[in-house]
Design a protein around this ligand. Structure first.
Ligand SMILES: NC(=O)c1ccc[n+]([C@@H]2O[C@H](COP(=O)([O-])OP(=O)(O)OC[C@H]3O[C@@H](n4cnc5c(N)ncnc54)[C@H](OP(=O)(O)O)[C@@H]3O)[C@@H](O)[C@H]2O)c1
Length: 234
């Protein structure tokens, strides 16, 4: 498939849904920057993908560190003129079966720093590379939905994703006149280290709608929350 020379960057992409998003973008001939916080894991993953024939490059980026995000931006922007696709995928789930009444401060800080502020500062830092027609895809979760009522399962994770959804609306509004689409997507319950073995979805299925938003969805679709190519309640 012709990529039209498109370039993407995916955070937290050394495993799980992020890695599968890299594969599916690579399948479309898109040149991908695989960002991961761990050098060894990122480089090993990129080496094996390159051996399989994909055009993938590694950039180290811990999304919870502004200096690291800025260093990654310097490296990427020295090699590409623009980014067509930015996928904020990196995420953690630390407070499963924990109560909001006594969850440890460290868990609250780390969860928000990575799941919400990580995506926030990556988007802000990489803005100079985004152009008319670029797409930002935020990997959110149904756990962050408040429209249908929230569950108490993983309260801080839920809050971090609700905030990511609000952030999606704000960036979408701010970037609409520049022709840049910003959307949030729930991948469903997916079999990864985070999702566990009992999850009904494969990574292939989990990556499908994020990749659709990153490539084929109408560019006028922005500021929305999606699952299985359909808009869902915030
Ligand atoms: N699996 C599900 O059922 C499910 C459902 C809804 C939403 N999601 C969302 O989908 C996304 C991917 O989840 P997953 O299931 O693929 O999880 P996963 O297998 O646990 O992978 C998470 C990825 O995020 C990376 N990461 C964590 N902290 C990071 C940081 N500070 N900087 C950069 N990368 C970091 C991890 O890197 P390391 O290898 O270095 O730890 C790993 O590559 C997450 O945002 C998650 O909230 C997942």
């Amino acid at each position: 498939m012709d990529s039209g020379g498109r370039t993407a960057l995916v955070t937290g992409a050394n495993r799980g849904i992020g890695l599968e998003i890299v594969r599916q973008l690579g399948d479309r001939g898109i040149s991908v920057w695989l960002a991961a916080r761990d050098n060894e894991a990122g480089e090993e993953t990129v080496d094996s993908l390159r051996k399989e024939g994909w055009d993938v490059r590694f950039v180290q980026m811990d999304v919870s560190e502004i200096a690291g995000i800025r260093s990654a931006f310097k490296i990427v922007s020295s090699q590409v003129a623009h980014l067509d696709i930015l996928v904020n995928n990196a995420g953690i789930l630390l407070d499963e079966s924990t109560s909001i009444l006594d969850v440890a401060p460290d868990i609250v800080h780390r969860t928000v720093a990575i799941n919400t502020l990580g995506a926030f500062f990556v988007t802000q830092t990489f803005l100079p590379l985004l152009v008319k027609g670029s797409r930002v895809v935020n990997i959110s979760s149904g756990a962050g939905e408040i429209g249908d009522g929230m569950s108490t399962y993983a309260p801080v994770y839920s809050i971090s994703k609700t905030a990511m959804n609000a952030m999606t609306c704000q960036f979408a509004l701010a970037l609409k006149r520049k022709g840049i689409a910003v959307n949030a997507v729930c991948p469903g319950w997916v079999r990864t280290e985070m999702g566990g073995k009992m999850a009904p979805r494969s990574v292939k299925k989990g990556a499908e709608t994020p990749v659709w938003l990153a490539t084929e969805a109408p560019i006028g679709e922005t500021g929305k929350f999606w699952r299985d190519r359909r808009v869902i309640a915030w």
